[in-house]
Design a protein around this ligand. Structure first.
Ligand code: SF4
Length: 314
């Protein structure tokens, strides 16, 4: 029995077979890097943002998908795909370019478009375009938002350039369409303790988030966070403390939510710190073992919504 809902299970339930996410890399930046919101970006953000597996952004959208699908088909015999606009902020571009890029991704066997963005880059005009494309091409839409931390002082420390309010606004706007919302969180930022992580899980449940991607903090070379780490401005807590936080987070999360990931991953040569120099699957096993030992599972502490204090009267 799975003690938490895996993304692969969620996709299989939704589409009736295995579905693979194919990264699409557009020549973009981010308003938190180019001076619109701030300069330099989030303190942990590297030059290539998150897409270590992406193809060059000079290749057009359709060709990127076709090339990657060929690779996937050979490796996994997959038949359905999600076009994943992954790098930087994929709604930070003129509306007509956004529409063209997303339409180019609506090729045969692509069943879903996933747009990764920032909370302050969610505007109804972009959501309207996605809604129109969804109806025209018969594709589902999901939007992934980076939040990383729910605490405003941590968001300031990592120079996110937005607070929780923008995140809530973005989620409400996306949810007003028939789209799924995914959230990226780093559970071991040095300023967020276990009680903060529990509160984060509760807020995700209250906002009815559909998908969660948990990252463990990895620290890239040549980043502001990398400099802070080298000059010992902060330390990273133990792997055991991380496992503990992830387990509590899972327990406070609604059963319907799918976890896309429980750890971050990055090429070793590009990092100053990544997963305590352990393999990601070893930490993954530790999380599963901890859930097993506690006889705990997703949502077994999710009893706090819907007027808990008056439930005895109804
Ligand atoms: S929002 Fe994303 S792309 Fe922009 S600076 Fe932060 S991590 Fe980098």
């Amino acid at each position: 029995m799975d003690r938490y809902k895996k993304y692969s299970t969620y996709l299989k339930d939704m589409y009736g077979e295995k579905v693979y996410k194919i990264p699409v890399n557009l020549p973009l930046t981010c308003p938190n890097r180019d001076g619109q919101v701030a300069d330099g970006g989030c303190t942990f953000c590297g030059d290539v943002a998150t897409g270590f597996e992406s193809l060059e952004n000079t290749i057009d959208v359709k060709s990127q998908l076709v090339m990657n699908i060929e690779r996937m088909m050979k490796r996994y015999k997959a038949k359905k795909y999600i076009a994943y606009f992954q790098n930087f902020t994929n709604t930070y571009m003129p509306l007509d370019e956004f529409k063209t890029a997303v339409e180019e991704a609506c090729i045969e066997d692509v069943v879903e478009i996933c747009i990764s963005s920032r909370p302050d880059c969610i505007h109804d005009a972009y959501l309207d375009i996605l809604d129109e494309i969804s109806k025209t091409y018969g594709v589902n839409i999901s939007v992934e938002l980076g939040l990383q931390s729910m605490k405003h002082d941590t968001l300031e420390k990592i120079n996110r350039g937005h607070s929780l309010a923008e995140f809530i606004d973005a989620v409400r706007r996306i949810k007003s369409y028939d789209f799924k919302v995914g959230v990226h969180l780093i559970l071991n930022l040095p300023w967020d303790d276990k009680s903060d992580i529990i509160e984060t899980a509760k807020v995700m449940a209250a906002l009815d988030i559909d998908l969660i991607k948990i990252h463990s903090l990895y620290i890239l070379r040549n980043t502001i966070m990398g400099q802070q780490f080298e000059s010992e401005e902060f330390t990273v807590e133990s792997v055991d403390a991380y496992v503990d936080k992830v387990v509590e987070f899972i327990r406070y999360t609604q059963p319907k939510v799918a976890f896309q990931r429980l750890l971050g991953r990055a090429p070793k040569e590009e990092t100053l710190f990544c997963n305590w120099d352990m393999s990601w699957w070893k930490i993954h096993d530790m999380i599963e073992e901890r859930l097993e030992t506690l006889d705990a599972s997703q949502g077994d502490k999710c009893d706090y919504l819907g007027g808990k204090a008056v439930k005895k009267f109804v």
